[in-house]
Design a protein around this ligand. Structure first.
Ligand SMILES: Nc1ncnc2c1ncn2[C@@H]1O[C@H](COP(=O)(O)OP(=O)(O)OP(=O)(O)O)[C@@H](O)[C@H]1O
Length: 289
C-alpha cells in the first residue's frame, strides 16, 4: 500500500455492543476515482467522515500523501448531499470564502476573480451574484462543486452528491463532475447508490457487505474506456456484464456474504474483479511450415 496516495489501513467503527465495520483496508491512487457502494447502514458515510477527518476511527489509520490524518483539512474537500452553502452569501462569496481559507494572503479582488472563474467552470458565471435561495437545487449543488474544486484539494470526497436532484439535472452534473475531475486529475472518493453513476465515474468500485460487521467484499475494476458519457455508456462492450455484476452483489451477495469471512480471508487483499474486461480470444495456432 506504500505507493497509494490515500491509504486506509485497518479502520473500524464500533459502538458499545455493535461493530458497524472493522478491518477495512483500501487505497486510492493519485488521480483515481473510487466509488463505495453498499446498502444503507453498512457504514459508508462513516467511512467518508473518517476520510474527511470529521470522525475518528475506533481503530486503524488513514494516510493521505504520506501523512496520517488527524482532523478536517482543506486538503480534503467534501461535497454533501445537501448544499451546505451559507445562505446570506452570494454564490461568488460562498466560493470566495473557501478560497480565503485556503489563501489567507490573497486580496479581495483576487479572491473574487478566482471565485468567478470557478463558477464559470461549472456553467454558473451568470449566477455569481445570486444567493442560494435564488438558485435551483442543481445550481446550488454546482456552487458546492465549484467551491470544493476551487481550493484544489488533495482529495475530493462526495457523499451521494446528486441523490436529491431530478434525473436530468443529476445526469448533467455527473457528466460535469466527470469532466472537471478528469481535467484536474483530481483524486476522488464517492459514495453512491446509483450503479450507473458509479460505472460512469469510477475507476474502481468498492463493494461493501451489509452491516453490522460489514466488510469490503470485492473491488470491481472498471475497465470501460474513457471518456464515458451517459448517452453511450450502455452501448459500451462490457457495460452490461459490469452492471449485472454490481447489481447481483447488491441484490444477493451483499446479504449472503454479510458477517461471514471466507476461510483464509485477507482483509488487506480483497479480491479484484474485472467483469467488463474484454474476452481475450487466443490467436489461432500457427500452421506448421
Ligand atoms: N451512536 C450510535 N450507536 C450505535 N450505532 C450507530 C450510532 N450512530 C450510527 N450508528 C449506526 O452506524 C451504521 C452506519 O451508519 P452510516 O450512516 O455510516 O451508514 P451508511 O451506509 O452511510 O447508510 P446510508 O446509506 O443510509 O446513508 C448505521 O447502521 C447506524 O445505525
Amino acid at each position: 500500500m506504500s505507493n497509494a496516495y490515500v491509504s486506509v489501513e485497518g479502520i473500524a467503527r464500533r459502538y458499545p455492543g455493535a461493530t458497524i465495520f472493522e478491518d477495512l483496508w483500501f487505497s486510492v491512487n493519485r488521480g483515481e476515482f473510487v466509488c463505495l457502494v453498499g446498502h444503507s447502514g453498512c457504514g459508508k458515510t462513516t467511512v467518508l467522515n473518517i476520510l474527511a477527518g470529521l470522525e475518528a476511527p475506533s481503530d486503524g489509520v488513514v494516510i493521505v500523501d504520506g501523512q496520517e490524518i488527524s482532523g478536517p483539512s482543506l486538503d480534503r474537500a467534501v461535497i454533501f448531499q445537501g448544499h451546505a452553502l451559507m445562505p446570506w452569501m452570494t454564490a461568488e462569496q460562498n466560493v470566495a470564502f473557501a478560497l480565503s481559507c485556503r489563501h489567507p494572503s490573497w486580496p479581495k479582488a483576487k479572491l473574487r476573480e478566482a471565485a468567478q472563474a470557478a463558477l464559470e467552470k461549472v456553467g454558473l458565471g451568470h449566477a455569481a451574484q445570486k444567493k442560494p435561495a435564488q438558485l435551483s437545487g442543481g445550481m446550488k449543488q454546482r456552487v458546492g462543486i465549484a467551491r470544493a474544486l476551487a481550493i484544489a484539494p488533495k482529495m475530493l470526497l462526495m457523499d451521494e452528491p446528486f441523490s436529491a436532484l431530478d434525473a436530468l439535472t443529476r445526469g448533467a452534473l455527473q457528466e460535469e463532475v466527470s469532466r472537471l475531475v478528469t481535467e484536474a486529475d483530481q483524486t476522488a472518493f464517492m459514495i453512491t447508490h446509483d450503479v450507473d453513476e458509479a460505472i460512469l465515474l469510477a475507476d474502481r468500485i468498492l463493494l461493501m457487505t451489509n452491516g453490522p460487521d460489514a466488510r469490503l467484499a470485492e473491488v470491481v475494476v472498471n475497465t470501460l474506456p474513457r471518456p464515458r458519457d451517459r448517452a453511450n455508456l450502455h452501448h459500451m462492450p462490457g457495460y452490461h456484464e459490469l452492471r449485472d455484476h454490481i447489481l447481483d452483489f447488491l441484490i444477493t451477495r451483499s446479504r449472503t456474504l454479510a458477517g461471514k469471512q471466507p476461510a483464509g480471508w485477507d482483509p488487506k487483499a480483497v479480491p479484484e474483479v474485472r467483469p467488463a474486461a474484454p474476452q481475450i480470444t487466443p490467436p489461432p495456432p500457427r500452421a506448421a511450415a
